[in-house]
Design a protein around this ligand. Structure first.
Ligand SMILES: [Zn+2]
Ligand SMILES: [Zn+2]
Length: 219
């Protein structure tokens, strides 16, 4: 397949995209490392902390292909990930989407035994889910992205991701709904916000399982 990418892209962008075609799903620190590595490798201007700008430039050129590298925060551990997602919204594309049987950790079992959508899937299917499951899928009041696992205000119905509300309530004297100001009756989760000590087993599992089926498909 011949693919001509625009002139705004340099070789660092191209290699970064290539890495995402293989990996699919990358945690932020790793993406930042790739950004630095490829800029240095190809001797192009490298600005630390401008990873999102770098990705936005790339996304501008991916638009006609209905592809995008999208940023998301895990509902489970509050860490930031990037995923290469397919934005074409037709049912056919969704069915042809590249999830293999193995990757039916599309639905992942949580500690509590509930099933939750894998973040990569959430990023890709966000628009579809919001359109087709308007009753159960909500947008997080804090970060405005799709929220599957969330707490919902019993008074006004707004939803918040667990990491988002944990962060929000940390700065509040009393747990009150940010929308209607009623008392927040749910237990506020004690979530390790991103940091070197906030390790859980999830990112490792995620990386392993999303990388291997992608790698097979490349062959
Ligand atoms: Zn949120
Ligand atoms: Zn409320």
């Amino acid at each position: 397949m011949a693919m001509t990418l625009g002139t705004n892209l340099n070789d660092a962008h191209r290699q970064f995209l290539q890495a995402f075609l293989t990996l699919g799903f990358v945690e932020r620190p790793e993406a930042a490392k790739l950004h630095q590595l490829y800029c240095q490798l190809h001797k192009v201007h490298y600005v630390p902390d401008k990873l999102d700008d770098f990705i936005n430039t790339l996304n501008g050129q991916l638009q006609p292909l209905s592809l995008e590298i999208r940023k998301g925060v895990s509902e489970e551990n509050g860490r930031t990930y990037y995923a290469l997602v397919n934005l074409a919204e037709t049912e056919i594309t969704l069915m042809a989407s590249d999830y293999s049987e193995n990757e039916l950790e599309l639905f992942k079992k949580t500690k509590e035994g509930e099933y939750t959508l894998h973040l990569r899937c959430v990023l890709e299917l966000e628009q579809y889910i919001l359109r087709h499951y308007q009753d159960s899928a909500r947008k997080c009041h804090v970060c405005h992205s799709l929220s599957i696992q969330s707490q919902v205000c019993e008074d006004c119905g707004i939803a918040m991701h667990l990491p988002c509300l944990a962060k929000y309530f940390q700065a509040q004297r009393e747990p009150r709904c940010p929308n209607c100001k009623q008392f927040w009756p749910h237990q506020i989760p004690d979530i390790n916000l991103p940091g070197p000590s906030g390790l859980s087993s999830t990112p490792q599992e995620t990386r392993r399982s999303s990388a291997s089926p992608m790698a097979q498909r490349r062959q």
